[in-house]
Design a binder for this molecule. Structure first.
Ligand code: SF4
Length: 177
């Protein structure tokens, strides 16, 4: 995915790309963050290493776009790397692309809202469907059907919870209750 493609891609797709291919998935997270009171000289060396690491990441463009939409980075605090950019570079890019990012974030919210509506309808449908089933001469496999229905309900509830958690986190509510 190029940076141009990432800009036109919805958040859920960007996140799926990062989840599937992030080079840092097995890396030490400390590589990307400055420790408290860490001297500038050691952070500069690690920051450069982190940026080099990101340069080889197959999902760098998606990661950068997610970081921009999430509001990562600060013009006054040089303490992180994400998507191949330092925190100060991310903040500068966010300012330069403010209008575009506002539109992208609004589109993401709309998409998530529709996803939530669809998932909620599916969940209600599953929950209100009788688990009883018949096959091979009319034998009822209630236990198997109930287990399968419960699995579907749990999967739908998980999807709903993940979307709500992400929305609340973006709104500054932290972890969803
Ligand atoms: S670009 Fe860097 S921070 Fe983003 S997923 Fe890849 S390695 Fe991780």
């Amino acid at each position: 995915m190029t940076s141009t493609q990432a800009r036109h891609t919805r958040r859920a797709v960007l996140q799926a790309a990062v989840d599937a291919s992030a080079r840092c998935a097995a890396a030490d997270p400390d590589l990307f963050f400055r420790a408290e009171n860490e001297p500038q000289i050691t952070w500069q060396a690690r920051r450069a290493e982190a940026i080099r690491f990101c340069t080889g990441c197959p999902t760098r463009a998606a990661c950068e776009e997610l970081a921009l939409r999430a509001g990562d980075g600060n013009t006054r605090v040089d303490d992180m790397v994400r998507g191949g950019l330092s925190g100060t570079e991310l903040a500068a890019a966010r300012t330069a692309q403010a209008e575009r990012l506002t539109t992208a974030a609004a589109a993401d919210r709309d998409t998530e809202g529709r996803q939530l509506d669809d998932l909620t309808v599916k969940l209600r449908t599953q929950a209100s469907t009788s688990p009883d089933g018949r096959c091979n001469g009319g034998r009822i496999h209630q236990d198997e059907n109930r287990a399968e229905q419960n699995r579907r309900i749990r999967a739908l509830a998980d999807q709903i919870r993940q979307i709500r958690t992400a929305r609340r986190a973006r709104a500054g509510w932290g972890v969803a209750a």
